[in-house]
Design a protein around this ligand. Structure first.
Ligand code: BGP
Length: 482
């Protein structure tokens, strides 16, 4: 037995996203969003570049017409829209203290330019929040978790267009005005670093083009996104009870060996892939290493002095990040493995999941220490978990000892980081309940403490079953013992 140390008010909980759980894609006034236009693909098709689908105008038309018999998993999620009461009750039973969820923009402003928010959309989220309060759950809301509305694609807007930024601000202000009494923790954009890049590569109007060009262009989108986020923070000052944080997909890498050239290459990698985003949103200005890189690669950012001012004056109040894995980096090409959206170098000291994500609990302690040393503002791990192929056994449960180990090892390292002096306010595992995968659109990649009886084609009863990790987590919440 080992007793872990966490502050009494530490917020242990679970995270989800609207597009991966809600379903009910055409109910109560909701319109479609980007992720609901992506059809399910079997593994072989996903891996095959000639059959793997990019978001093109044709694909969007095909998805709107919906006559091809294809299955669009994010239109169905795990049916949280109809089952939220049952799910929230289970979250309470598991001992969760906080529930991270996102709001679907297209439920609130179905057409973007609607004069009034959609009353049915507001009502749904108010009901969910009421239910959370009834069950003693604190709430964290992501305003946009990758689900860009279809009208944005149809108009071919990017974050460089004021029309999109203004529409988002109107939406964000509505959420803050309506829900500030329920929700204390807010994240304007999920994984803002990946989101900026995603918009460039998945733009509905263009075929996926030159990858490097897309990456370079994405820095302009990122600038517009962080400024928009800063404007949300500025507006939220009228609600002193709430806190607004950023959300960045962590990208921890180690040098492949101690050759100083590799160590330096990895430093550059970590600067641009990891610290850059937090430097920008915590310190409110561009770090020198980024300005140098922009110059060398000819990155053009459409910066306005008023925007720089907004950014400087409205830093995030806490840092949040998703942490699933780590990788390695070297000056030469090295063997690669899959990662959370990007491939990373293989680390021979680590084991990987079936999807190739390298499991590294100590990397979490390292990352927490690095962020605390550099920024000295509270930290929140907003996603962390393990995806596995699972089926129910004859006892209608899943013996997921690997998940228990994954979570226990990460909890232990967080507790060590807290003893190192790191100030953490919370942790939300990905995820308390099985849902549709963000990257591969499948139900088969299961992360939950709760099993959901749907397959990749949304066939099944949708019933919920507690896995072994559910009972383990419940007990851990009472004892804090491993
Ligand atoms: C993060 C996303 C989540 C989530 C998770 C796991 O990048 O914020 O939405 O799903 O990764 O990824 P996947 O579902 O692809 O396994």
């Amino acid at each position: 037995m080992k007793k872990l140390e966490f502050p009494n008010d530490f917020l242990f909980g679970g995270a989800t996203a609207a597009n991966q759980i809600e379903g009910a894609y055409d109910i109560d006034g909701k319109t479609l969003s980007l992720l609901e236009m992506i059809p399910f693909q079997e593994l072989e098709d996903r891996k095959n570049p000639s059959t793997s689908k990019k978001i093109t105008k044709e694909l969007i038309m095909e998805a709107i017409e919906n006559k091809n018999g294809r299955h669009y998993p994010k239109r169905f999620g795990n049916d949280f829209y109809h089952r939220y009461k049952e799910d929230i009750k289970l979250f309470k039973e598991a001992g969760l203290k906080i529930f991270r969820m996102s709001i679907s923009w297209t439920r609130i402003y179905p057409n973007g330019n609607d004069a009034e928010p959609n009353a049915k959309g507001l009502e749904f989220y108010r009901n969910v929040f009421e239910e959370c309060k009834k069950n003693g759950l604190e709430i964290m809301v992501t305003m946009n978790h990758f689900d860009i509305p279809l009208w944005v694609l149809q108009k071919q807007l990017s974050w460089d267009d004021a029309e999109l930024r203004d529409a988002f601000l109107k939406y964000a202000k509505t959420l803050l005005d309506e829900f500030n009494v329920y929700v204390k923790y807010w994240l304007p954009f999920n994984e803002i670093n990946l989101f900026a890049f995603m918009m460039q590569t998945m733009n509905g109007g263009t075929e996926q083009g030159d990858k490097l060009k897309a990456i370079l262009n994405s820095y302009n989108d990122l600038h517009k996104l962080v400024v928009t986020q800063a404007r949300v923070i500025e507006y939220a000052k009228k609600y002193p009870n709430i806190m607004i944080g950023n959300m960045v997909a962590d990208s921890t890498t180690y040098p492949i060996n101690c050759d100083p050239e590799n160590v330096y290459e990895n430093l550059k990698m970590e600067q641009m892939k990891k610290f850059f985003y937090h430097d920008l949103m915590v310190k409110g200005e561009y770090p020198g290493y980024a300005l140098r890189m922009f110059k060398e690669y000819g990155v053009k950012i459409n910066r306005d002095p008023e925007e720089d001012e907004i950014l400087k004056n409205n830093p995030v109040q806490f840092i949040s990040f998703s942490y699933y894995m780590s990788g390695t980096h070297s000056k030469k090409e090295s063997e690669l493995t899959e990662g959370n959206f990007i491939k990373v170098g293989v680390n021979p000291y680590l084991k990987a999941t079936e999807w190739g994500w390298q499991i590294d609990p100590i990397g979490l302690r390292i990352t927490l220490n690095q962020y605390w040393d550099r920024y000295q503002i509270p930290l929140f791990v907003s996603e962390n978990g393990i995806g596995v192929f699972e089926t129910l056994n004859e006892n209608k449960t899943v013996e997921d000892d690997y998940r228990i180990k994954y979570l226990a090892d990460h909890f232990e390292q967080m507790s060590e980081a807290i003893k190192d002096g790191v100030k953490m306010i919370g942790y939300t595992m990905w995820t308390p309940i099985d849902l549709v995968s963000a990257g591969t659109n499948e139900m088969s990649k299961r992360y939950g403490l709760i099993f959901v009886d749907y397959d990749d084609y949304h066939k099944g009863t949708g019933n919920r079953f507690k896995k072994k990790s559910f009972e383990w987590f419940k007990n851990f919440m009472k004892t804090k013992e491993l």
